[in-house]
Design a protein. Structure first.
Length: 129
């Protein structure tokens, strides 16, 4: 009887995600519509990190993830005029800035989603064009 060749099973990459919320205002001075005026949003930030499991069987402890995201982004942007934080605070530029802040703080980000409204968001992810 011939031996059956079984292809190796790929080990999936493990990711951990958490959602955060913050309230902030901004204005887009270049915008031809209502967004030109100061207005606010209830932002939602979904953060996903990935990597190998440690000796305890976790990628990152949820408490550690929370501490980093709150310190680096939420505490700096919550209840703020975002025009005082970034020159042109579009959702796209805010998402990119959040990515920079979190990776600089040591998180191994895989994806980040910034919701500006309940039906409008920006996605950033590793390997995206």
């Amino acid at each position: 009887m011939a031996a059956i060749s079984v292809p190796p099973v790929a080990v999936p990459r493990t990711t951990v995600s958490r959602t955060f919320t913050f309230e902030a205002a901004h204005r887009l001075t270049w915008h031809p519509g209502k967004c030109r005026n100061l207005h606010g949003h209830s932002y939602r930030l979904d953060v996903t990190v990935g990597g190998p499991l440690d000796a305890n069987g976790v990628v990152i402890d949820f408490d550690e993830l929370t501490t980093v995201v709150e310190r680096e982004v939420i505490d700096r942007w919550d209840h703020r005029d975002l025009n005082q934080v970034i020159v042109n605070p579009t959702a796209e530029l805010l998402a990119q800035r959040a990515w920079e802040m979190l990776t600089t703080a040591g998180l191994d980000l895989v994806a980040l989603r910034l919701w500006e409204t309940a039906d409008s968001w920006v996605d950033l992810c590793v390997g995206a064009p």
